[in-house]
Design a protein around this ligand. Structure first.
Ligand SMILES: Nc1nc2c(c(=O)[nH]1)N[C@H]1C(S)=C(S)[C@@H](COP(=O)(O)O)O[C@H]1N2
Ligand SMILES: [Mo]
Length: 201
């Protein structure tokens, strides 16, 4: 385990615009990775949606980039306490991918998995309705490898551990299945506004 402890340097002033217990990291963007940053090039990247869908599909870099562009501008919240205001990510809405594979009526949850083996679980409802993206740009630049480049999942309304870096795919399920952190005591859903940090919160 090689988790960067990240932000320690500035006073932690509560901010009314942030969820409870969070502080503004300002121009810092800590790196939190359980894995060593992989040497993953766009040509080696792919994104698959399988499980309870009518038409499982794998997109390569070119095919994913050909989908309609969609951007997120807003805040992100890490469970360790830092938040960032008004960040800009560019990519494609997850709805565009899900429209192609057509989730079955029985699909209620998803496990997101990375090219490195990291996993995290989410209710399907948190991945639809314009609230989740596959992103490859940050602030107009290619997403840096340590932040999940070439592409990561972005689910900004939940704690940032749900936003799997080096995203490889989603498996749709008819039940909830804990991922890496959820199996280590973290909350199944992770809504920062309700401070769902740990299992049982
Ligand atoms: N593959 C992978 N994705 C991951 C993680 C990880 O360790 N591996 N950490 C999660 C956690 S705990 C956080 S806070 C964010 C950190 O993203 P960042 O390093 O770009 O700040 O990524 C999430 N996605
Ligand atoms: Mo995190």
């Amino acid at each position: 385990m090689n988790v960067t402890r990240g932000f320690t340097g500035r006073p932690r002033v509560a901010d009314p615009g942030l969820p409870p217990g969070q502080y503004d990291a300002r121009d810092e963007w800590p790196v939190l990775s359980a894995e060593v940053t992989p040497d993953l090039r766009p040509a080696d990247w792919s994104f698959r949606i399988g499980g309870l869908v009518e038409r499982p599909r794998t997109w390569d870099w070119e095919a994913a980039r050909a989908l309609p562009a969609s951007a997120y501008e807003g805040d992100i919240h890490c469970v360790t306490g830092w938040s960032k205001f008004g960040v800009r990510f560019g990519g494609v809405s997850l709805d565009a991918f899900l429209d192609v594979v057509r989730p079955r009526a029985s699909a209620t949850h998803a496990v997101a998995y990375s090219h490195t083996g990291y996993t995290t679980n989410l209710p399907l409802a948190d991945l639809t309705g314009g609230r989740a993206w596959i992103v490859w740009e940050y602030d107009g630049e290619p997403l840096a490898p340590e932040h999940g480049g070439p592409a990561r999942l972005l689910v900004p309304h939940l704690y940032f551990w749900k936003s799997a870096k080096w995203i490889a795919g989603l498996t749709l399920l008819d039940h909830d299945e804990p991922g890496f952190w959820e199996g280590n005591g973290y909350h199944e859903r992770g809504n920062p506004w309700e401070e769902q940090r740990y299992s049982g919160d």
